[in-house]
Write a protein that binds this ligand. Structure first.
Ligand code: ADP
Ligand code: SF4
Length: 683
């Protein structure tokens, strides 16, 4: 289908200094947990983005010196010439599809502890490093500043040698030396690099001019600037210093990449922000410069993108997460396939990869990070190996993705769902406060399946073992999900929590189904992801008195990895939820619970009319157990997703996809993916 003419504007080329972006789709720098450690995975993933139509594809932050390294986080590296080939490989992959390649050289300064290189960190002024480690950065002297400027020039020259078209100066996210110099909080120097804003901007200006002189004839030199730190007059703001900095440097860079700081705010999850959430802060930039401007805001709607350009707010549509969830978003717009876009749900599972130091993953896009090591392409999949049929039981994320991908392979697929809607846990959980965008996991797959003549979906079809056998499919895959346990067994308790007569215990599933608790509610969070916090919010908003008890030190502790923790904790505190950290629940009475301090064991009672344990889920695998107990059990029978072992939605989608990819393939021998090993030194 030809593209809708109203989107033509998105496909206009944009001149970026000496280079030209083929369209307005711009994949801004983003971490990927691959970088220097898994370079072929990184290069292939970026290449797939370019193939999918992103006109500019950038690296993650790339450390320009051993004096600024983030070990064990895995970023890019350009410490010396030895690092060039890895980045050149990425450039080659990106150029192969006609896109421009961008690089974000970064000196992290007091944002890096230098744990690997053991160099003393440095910054504009002496301060502790950002990570909670007993390490302080020293104040840079003039020789350091000269060396720093040279590092940036060297990095720019190396970037050019690697073939990059767009080279950044990175003053964003409160993470880099260039931004630290801008910041009054971090820079209390008395020399010409501190004090007035003019002085604080000096280093950025010098590096910008140095870089332009070094490579500006052939490369676009971009500045990434946080124009608002969301802390009013205590920080840079779009009404004051953010605007002033852009005015001072307005025409020097070839491109402005603008956003809000910190990274938590820039990559805010959908639970706490809408699409376009940064536009109020960044839209002034175009009125201050004639140079092109790129900005982000979890843009997935082409109509929003068009309106941002037509209303003069942006020139290029920046995207990190939307390009991860759908590397082919631009191609789909171009081909008039808007409804095929796999929209980011704003869950920030992608961000966890950086924090847990593994290759990027995505809830919506199960192929993310697997492009090279498993050869998984986000749009292409091998055709079926034989004319066979597959019965999938359960239409949650695992079953839906298996049906979609098997359907794409050409199998005859029947998807039987016991409930009256598809989506499984996603259909239910997306009704929790702030999680409505999560429904997209089901919506995308439901629509794709509806376009496939070879996939049939049957609702209100709770199958028994007899029915499965009667159906007689060649392959049976069970994706029957999981239910929350009420026993209290979990990380802290190996045995059920003792409950006295009259104790009222309800499961998260019952609450989500609409059951009303009685009396003061105690939520016991021993899981540490979003569920307990979301239930506390839901019940508190509904007017219940809610206490949130957890053995962890804070609310929804694992969500530090999705950068949501601070937002969740603040929300619950503002709502008046009583938060009791560092305690387990040791007894449940009719009108109270007993709590125990995890350190001293000191006990105390807390009034409770209803207790909701959020500790673990139990696989719903009765159907599987019934089938394998039969002599005539199907020869090809598997369970996937939560009914095998409950996990994240991303894991369930991945499990469904993996099943579909591997059906009919010879079983992998040994490690089921390609590995990239460090090269052993000759001596
Ligand atoms: P996952 O995350 O693994 O996809 P979910 O819990 O989200 O799991 O979804 C499981 C789905 O399976 C639910 O929609 C549930 O109604 C359905 N289901 C469970 N048992 C059966 C069954 N015997 N027949 C049909 N559907 C079932
Ligand atoms: Fe979006 Fe979630 Fe995928 Fe990240 S993991 S790109 S937030 S859907």
């Amino acid at each position: 289908m030809p593209r809708d003419p109203r989107y033509d504007i998105l496909f206009e080329p944009v001149k970026l200094g000496p280079v030209t972006a083929p369209n307005r789709f711009y994949q801004v720098p983003h971490c990927n947990g691959m970088g220097y450690a898994y370079p072929s995975s990184m290069a292939e993933m970026r290449g797939v983005k370019a193939e999918g139509g992103w006109g500019v594809v950038c690296t993650e932050e790339v450390e320009i010196s051993h004096t600024s390294e983030l070990a064990g986080y895995i970023e890019g590296r350009l410490w010396d010439d030895a690092d060039i080939p890895i980045l050149a490989k990425m450039v080659e992959k990106v150029h192969a599809h006609g896109a421009l390649a961008g690089i974000e050289p970064a000196h992290l300064g007091m944002g890096a502890a230098n744990n690997y290189s053991r160099e003393v960190p440095m910054g504009p002024s002496a301060r502790p490093v950002d990570m909670p480690e007993p390490i302080q950065a020293r104040a840079m002297d003039k020789a350091d500043i000269r060396a720093f400027r040279k590092m940036h020039v060297d990095a720019a020259r190396r970037s050019k040698a690697a073939g990059f078209d767009v080279v950044y100066l990175y003053a964003g996210h409160d993470m880099t030396t260039l931004m630290h110099f801008l910041s009054r909080r971090r820079n209390d120097r008395m020399d010409e690099y501190g004090g007035s804003l003019e002085n604080r901007v000096r280093l950025l200006r010098e590096c910008l001019e140095d870089t332009k002189d070094a490579i500006g004839d052939t490369c676009c030199v971009a500045v990434r600037l946080a124009v608002d730190e969301l802390m009013g007059s205590d920080g840079i703001s779009c009404e004051a210093e953010g605007r002033d900095i852009i005015e001072m440097l307005a025409e020097i860079p070839d491109l402005w990449d603008v956003n809000v700081s910190t990274w938590e705010e820039d990559s805010k999850p959908s639970r706490f922000s809408e699409e376009s959430f940064q536009t109020d802060y960044t839209s002034f930039v175009k009125s201050v410069t004639t140079k092109p401007v790129v900005g982000v805001g979890r843009f997935t709607s082409p109509d929003t993108m068009v309106s941002l350009i037509k209303s003069g707010k942006l020139d290029l549509i920046g995207a990190a997460r939307p390009s991860i969830a759908d590397p082919f978003l631009p191609k789909k717009v171009e081909e008039g396939r808007i409804e095929d876009i796999r929209e980011c749900i704003g869950c920030n599972i992608c961000v966890t990869a950086d924090f847990i130091h593994v290759p990027l993953r995505c809830t919506q896009n199960p192929t993310m990070g697997e492009e090279w090591r498993k050869g998984w392409h986000p749009e292409r999949i091998a055709p079926r190996h034989a004319e066979e049929s597959v019965l999938i039981v359960g239409a949650g994320p695992a079953g839906l993705e298996a049906a979609r991908a098997l359907g794409q392979r050409g199998y005859e697929v029947t998807l039987a769902e016991g409930g009256n809607t598809v989506g499984g846990r996603v259909a239910v959980e997306s009704q929790l406060p702030g999680l409505s965008a999560w429904r997209r996991v089901a919506d995308y797959r439901e629509y794709q399946i509806s376009q496939m003549a070879n996939v049939g979906v049957y609702l209100d079809s709770r199958l028994t073992a007899d029915q499965v056998l009667e159906f007689g499919a060649d392959h049976v895959v069970l994706a029957t999900g999981a239910k929350w346990a009420t026993s209290g067994i979990g990380r802290s308790h190996g045995y059920p929590i003792p409950a006295e007569a009259g104790a009222r215990v309800m499961s998260p599933d019952e609450i989500m189904a609409g059951a009303a608790p009685e009396g003061p509610v105690v939520i016991f969070d021993d899981e540490h992801y979003y569920m307990a916090g979301a239930l506390a919010e839901k019940l508190r908003v509904a007017g219940h008195e809610v206490s949130y008890v957890t053995p962890a030190s804070d609310v929804s502790h694992w969500t530090h990895n999705t950068m949501e923790q601070g937002f969740i904790q603040a929300r619950l505190m503002e709502l008046g939820v009583q938060i009791i950290p560092l305690h387990t629940l040791t007894r449940i009475g009719a009108d109270h619970v007993t709590l125990s301090c995890i350190y001293t064991g000191a006990q105390r009672d807390l009034a409770a009319g209803t207790v909701i344990p959020v500790t673990m889920r139990e696989a719903q695998d009765e159907l599987y157990q019934a089938l394998i107990a039969r002599e005539d059990a199907p020869a090809s029978l598997m369970r996937i997703g939560d009914c095998l072992a409950p996990g994240t939605i991303a894991m369930a989608v991945y499990a469904g996809h993996r099943y579909a990819r591997e059906l009919g393939e010879p079983p992998a021998q040994g490690v089921p993916f390609r590995r990239e090993l460090p090269e052993l030194a000759k001596d």
